[in-house]
Write a protein that binds this ligand. Structure first.
Ligand code: 16G
Ligand code: MG
Length: 550
């Protein structure tokens, strides 16, 4: 079988195991690990073509299924600046993944021809994987695919997803973004953290009274667990991390950021004392949520992506003001953002907020419209990005002797904060350091952070339907445009409860429709979610039993 001018050697080892179609969704391909060998082999070749289309820039490939169960796996491609694969290529990925085994060579050949690619010999692909049992075999398949295409490749072994994104950007910026290694990653982040934390000492400010440099961290038994000791070794006493779900248990099983966020409870089996600051990573460490047990009410409180976003945006707003530069700061959320957070950002912080559809690529894209764009999904995935021109003006002002000393210091501080942030994608380790740095700078404990605003009680439900594509949405997923009549029925239900809101959308990662509802009491949010779930069930071809209120 010919592909370009190379043989697709090894294809026989990477044949389809079934004919069920598979789609490159919001987070790449994701399904049972046992179904993915041929897909990943083909993605190796596709990544080589993508690299050729980007003039030989290095493309990344990450093998992970994030917060999914251990038997699942997945693959996603990383573009040269560390961003998600360009949306127009998702279609190519889907086509190549689904062609019959006998047509893979021709399909790839046709694609290279259509894209005007003449050689793949200068293509470069780097890849990494998470800790799933199926990951090593899939990494072999990937390497075989890259090599079959005649491209060069480098295997980075076990990395978190954001580490791979970072490395891809470092390589393609010729080291300007940092050293393209795991060491380089930790060096950049921790040097910035240490510098920012030591400013207090240098300025002889009063000692920290409320903030305690001690964090309890649930690593979801994922790839992040193995990275924490490296991080800890560089932080010394500035932050003591007590690790649970350190990789000795089952991946994502009753633990991790997704479990904690969706269940709104601590990971199973952990022993939380009131007032302790806890956080959970997801399986590939691109999400983080914080939580604690109240010292007075003894209740569980979750500090999700919205609370992180407001903490970060509030801190950055003050810092930007102190620089004296006119940089516009904005925050990007999705429909899942708690209504209280949006109100707090608009009314209290007075930072502009935008709402976009679910999926990192939408948030990232929108955030690029600001000089400094902070984006977070409520589930804990997020980061901040800084435009090149803003970065240059900060650099310039930090060395400009005509600028006041305070303003220069603020510029310098903001530059260090930018170094602490992984701008390529949401990064749980970078976000962890950012949150800890801000809490220390404000001398806040977790309860003070939580007091910024009170979340409206909310509920998420799933509804199984025959074909979830019958649900279509508009207005950043906040309104259903199909089936006809569903939105007005939802509106009628919403009108029955105060401070309420509800929307439905087809999941991009599971074969279900998701329902979200919030209201001024948990009881009302539960009832509203159930009513809307029943509407979806009845109007969109529900399967199995009609949803019931529990
Ligand atoms: C993926 C997305 C995440 C989104 C989630 C929604 C990326 C890298 N990840 O995990 O941002 O929140 O899907 O899942 O884009 P859903 O469509 O099943 O609700
Ligand atoms: Mg993840």
């Amino acid at each position: 079988m010919e592909f370009g001018d190379v043989q697709l050697t090894g294809l026989k080892d990477y044949q389809k195991v079934d004919e069920i179609p598979i789609q490159y969704g919001t987070a790449g391909f994701r399904t049972k690990g046992s179904r993915l060998k041929h897909v990943i082999f083909r993605m190796g070749a596709l990544a080589a073509i993508r690299s050729a289309c980007k003039k030989g820039a290095t493309i990344g490939v990450m093998i992970t299924a994030s917060h999914n169960p251990e038997e699942d796996n997945g693959v996603k491609l990383v573009d040269p600046m560390g961003e998600m694969l360009g949306p127009e290529w998702e279609q190519y990925a889907t086509e190549i993944a689904n062609v019959p085994d006998s047509e893979v060579g021709t399909a790839l050949q046709k694609l290279t021809k259509n894209l005007g690619v003449t050689t793949l010999a200068n293509s470069r692909v780097v890849f990494a994987r998470d800790t799933r049992p199926s990951s090593p075999i899939l990494a072999e398949a990937l390497e075989a695919g890259i090599k079959a295409a005649g491209a060069q490749c480098q295997n980075f072994g076990l990395l978190t997803t954001p580490q791979l994104h970072y490395i891809v950007r470092c390589i393609n910026s010729n080291g300007e973004y940092g050293k393209p290694t795991e060491d380089g990653y930790f060096e950049k982040l921790t040097e910035a953290f240490v510098k920012l934390r030591n400013i207090r000492k240098a300025k002889k400010m009063k000692k920290l009274e409320t903030y305690k440099a001690c964090l309890y961290l649930d690593a979801a038994n994922g790839v992040g667990a193995g990275k924490v000791p490296i991080l800890q070794s560089k932080l010394g006493e500035l932050l003591q991390i007590n690790l649970v779900n350190d990789g000795s248990g089952k991946l994502n099983h009753e633990c991790g950021a997704d479990f904690v966020k969706v269940q709104q409870k601590p990971p199973t089996g952990v022993n939380m004392a009131p007032g302790q600051r806890w956080a959970s990573l997801d399986g590939d460490a691109d999400r983080i949520v914080f939580y604690f047990i109240g010292t007075t009410d003894k209740q569980f409180h979750l500090l999700d992506g919205d609370k992180i976003a407001t903490l970060v945006a509030g801190y950055l707003k003050d810092l930007v003001q102190a620089t004296g530069l006119s940089l516009n700061l904005g925050l990007v959320q999705t429909a899942y953002a708690n209504g209280s957070s949006t109100r707090y950002i608009t009314d209290q912080l007075q930072v502009p907020v935008a709402c976009v559809p679910t999926g990192v690529k939408h948030l990232h894209h929108k955030a690029q419209e600001f000089d400094i764009g902070v984006y977070f999904e409520a589930n804990g995935h997020g980061t901040a990005i800084v435009s090149d021109t803003s970065y240059s003006s900060l650099k310039k002002a930090s060395q400009d002797s005509t600028v006041s000393e305070e303003q220069r210091e603020a510029c310098d501080l903001l530059l260090s904060v930018i170094d602490l942030i992984n701008q390529t994608v949401g990064d749980a380790i970078s976000d962890l350091l950012l949150v800890e740095m801000i809490l220390a700078a404000l001398d806040w404990d977790v309860e003070q952070w939580n007091q910024a605003y009170t979340d409206l009680p909310n509920r998420q439900l799933k509804v199984k339907v025959k074909d979830r594509s019958v649900i279509q949405t508009t207005d950043a997923e906040r309104k259903a445009s199909s089936p006809i009549g569903l939105q007005s029925a939802i509106d009628q239900s919403v009108a029955k409860y105060s401070h309420s809101r509800s929307f439905v959308r087809p999941s991009g990662t599971e074969d279900i429709v998701r329902v979200y509802a919030e209201a001024d009491s948990q009881d009302a949010a539960d009832k509203l979610a159930n009513e809307v779930a029943v509407l979806v069930f009845k109007m969109a071809g529900g399967l199995g039993e009609e949803p019931k209120l529990h």
